[in-house]
Structure formats: structure tokens, C-alpha cells
Design a protein around this ligand. Structure first.
Ligand SMILES: O=C(CO)COP(=O)(O)O
Length: 249
């Protein structure tokens, strides 16, 4: 059985005080779940989030990191800095990093390699834009995003990879991929990995769906056989909504 995961990507939201408030509400309301629950606050709040969750099963992830060990990279954060805070999960390749901060596949391959070498789990995000879906190129776009950033990894590195398919047109738009569209793409992703590696890697990797997941649509999306959970943006910022999504898995 693959690991089921519900992860909240808080993006650039919540001050430290608000982070502590949300985490205490979330901890109080957290349902028993077979799924791993992860939250990804912004960098400056990772330390306090980790402290606040010391006796909780909720895990903490970073939203990004640099590929270099250390050095003259003003404003950047290294893997060791995260690990030193006890953070061993990192989201890489989010579409906002790609489109707003110019992160391309080759940069992401370096970041993923560093995360793997450092023993971290990577939640690797990818997905097509609206025009790419409209023109029928969504499968080839996704295939090349995976190939360019991940397919040089050793087989054993895949134990540290979680995939998050996030069609860009569904992020923060209120427009969700239908459960059928999500399933179709997730099955395609598994097939692509099976061809590049083997079926045991393809069947072992958790593939999350992200893009306007809400309490009202989560159960149907999560019911699809190749959907192993969700990467949640807006709805992860409200404890009741996030809890409802965790209950849906
Ligand atoms: O980008 C996302 C998660 O990484 C999805 O965001 P929304 O759930 O707000 O659409």
C-alpha cells in the first residue's frame, strides 16, 4: 500500500503568531488518519512550527531550498539549514517557483539531487499550463518535466520522492481537474515511470493531486486509484477545511 499524504502548502501566508495559532487549532482538531499529514509554512516560521509540533504526528516541510551546500547566495536557504531545524521534507518545482522565479527543469534537477543526497524527502511538483492542456500537449509536457528533473536519479532515490501533479490552470483558480482528469494523468505518470524504471518503482511512488482541492471535492478526487492524496494550498490555511480534507482520505 502506498503512503497516503495530505500536505498543506501555506505559500507566503501566516506570520509566526498566525502559524502558531493555526497549528494549535489543527493539532486540537486533527483526526486519526492512516495518511501522513504535512504542513509547509514559510521559511521564517519553520523553526517555531517544528517546536509547536514536537509531540504531534504532523510533519513539517519547507517550500523550497537552494541546491548548493552553502556560499554566496544572498537570500537563499540550504539543505543543511533545514536539516538542522529538523526539517527533512522539501517541496520543489512548484509552478509558482517555475513561473514567478524562473526555476527550470535543469535547476530543479540540481535541487532534487541535493535533497536526495542529503537524505531528504522531496515533494516534486509539476503540471501543465492551460494552453498546453487545450492544445492536447499535457501528457508530453508532464513527461518532459519528469524526465528532465527526475529520470537521472538512481532507483533507490525514488524512496525519497513524492510526486505532486498540479495542473497550473487549477491552482488557486477554483477550477479543479475532474477526478477523471486527475486519475488519467496519474495513471499516465505511473506508466511513464514504469517505462523509465520499472513497475515496482512506479507502483510504490505516492502521487498527490494539487489544484483547488476543497472539503467538497476532496473525497471524490482521493477515491481514484492512482491518487494518493493532495497538496493543498488555500484550503490548508483554515484548520476546519484542512481537517475536513484529511478526513476525506
Ligand atoms: O498550489 C497548490 C498547492 O501547492 C494548490 O493551491 P490551491 O489549493 O490554492 O489551488
Amino acid at each position: 500500500m502506498r503512503t497516503q499524504i495530505v500536505a498543506g502548502n501555506w505559500k507566503m501566508n501566516k506570520t509566526q503568531d498566525e502559524t502558531e495559532d493555526l497549528l494549535s487549532e489543527l493539532s486540537a482538531k486533527l483526526p486519526d488518519s492512516h495518511a501522513d499529514v504535512i504542513v509547509a509554512p514559510t521559511f521564517v516560521n519553520l523553526g517555531s512550527a517544528k517546536n509547536a509540533l514536537q509531540s504531534s504526528t504532523i510533519k513539517v516541510a519547507a517550500q523550497n531550498m537552494h541546491f548548493a551546500e552553502n556560499g554566496a547566495y544572498t537570500g537563499e536557504i540550504s539543505a543543511d539549514m533545514l536539516l538542522n531545524l529538523g526539517i527533512d521534507i522539501v517541496i520543489l518545482g512548484h509552478s509558482e517557483r517555475r513561473s514567478l522565479f524562473g526555476e527550470d527543469d535543469s535547476l530543479l534537477a540540481k535541487k532534487v539531487n541535493t535533497a536526495i543526497e542529503k537524505g531528504m524527502t522531496t515533494i516534486f511538483c509539476f503540471g501543465e499550463e492551460l494552453d498546453e492542456r487545450k492544445s492536447g500537449n499535457h501528457f508530453s509536457v508532464v513527461e518532459s518535466q519528469l524526465k528532465n528533473a527526475l529520470f537521472d536519479l538512481d532507483e533507490k532515490a525514488w524512496n525519497q520522492i513524492v510526486l505532486a501533479y498540479e495542473p497550473v490552470w487549477a491552482i488557486g483558480t477554483g477550477e479543479t481537474a475532474s477526478p477523471e482528469q486527475a486519475q488519467e494523468m496519474h495513471a499516465f505518470i505511473r506508466k511513464t515511470i514504469a517505462e523509465a524504471y520499472n513497475t515496482s518503482i512506479a507502483n510504490g511512488v505516492s502521487i498527490l493531486y494539487g489544484g483547488s482541492v476543497k472539503p467538497g471535492n476532496a473525497a471524490e478526487i482521493f477515491s481514484k486509484p492512482d491518487v494518493d492524496g493532495g497538496l493543498i494550498g488555500g484550503a490548508s490555511l483554515k484548520a476546519d477545511d484542512f481537517v475536513a480534507i484529511i478526513k476525506a482520505i
